[in-house]
Design a protein around this ligand. Structure first.
Ligand code: GDP
Ligand code: MG
Length: 169
């Protein structure tokens, strides 16, 4: 069995975009893993010499797009999914949105990650070019998690992710 790396973060930060990006780059195919919760999506990733199963917490995007104001139940469901993904993971990629900035839900999610004691690094997504990085990342430093700006949409810094993931696997 391959090591498991989970993408964790609040809705709309770009977890699924990252997931698809990493899978496409590695020419892996998304697959459902039998016996696990339907709402988590697994894909095998190959980044050079680093191989792992990447987990995305799926099924949340459509609902969150349909319902911008998240209900309490829905928030609970997000955290249950994240909690289960964290529990089974060997390492965590914690994703935040550099455009939106730091939100209370980010802090809550980070707290869950911290409590798990699992190795973690943070991707500050939607930093669509190095020129934006200093300004967009400044406020995330207080979270005390090792971090790197990336753009899932434009590819900025994505090739650096392998060296972070290597420590988990
Ligand atoms: P998830 O809910 O965390 O899985 O987020 P998604 O992957 O569904 O992305 C949410 C929105 O952010 C979508 O409209 C994406 O197109 C957009 N998005 C994702 N990555 C980037 C990025 O690197 N830059 C920009 N500008 N937008 C992004
Ligand atoms: Mg998603």
């Amino acid at each position: 069995m391959l090591p498991i790396v989970a993408l964790v973060g609040r809705p709309n930060v770009g977890k699924s975009t990252l997931f698809n990006r990493f899978l496409r780059k590695s020419r892996a195919i998304t697959h459902d893993m039998p016996g696990v919760t339907r709402d988590r999506i697994y894909g095998e990733c190959v980044m050079g010499d680093v191989r792992f199963d990447l987990v995305d917490t799926g099924g949340m995007v459509l609902e969150s797009e349909a319902t911008p104001e998240l209900s309490k139940d829905f928030e609970d469901e997000i955290f249950e999914q994240a909690r289960e993904a964290i529990e089974e993971a060997d390492g965590i990629i914690f994703v935040v949105d550099g455009k939106e900035g730091l939100t209370p839900l980010d802090r809550q999610a980070a707290e869950y990650v911290r409590k798990s004691g699992k190795p973690v690094f943070m991707l500050i997504n939607k930093v669509d070019g190095s020129e934006f990085a200093p300004q967009m990342t400044a406020e995330f430093h207080e979270m005390g998690i090792e971090q790197m700006p990336v753009s899932a949409a434009h590819g900025y810094n994505l090739h650096e992710v392998r060296d972070y993931v290597r420590r988990f696997v």
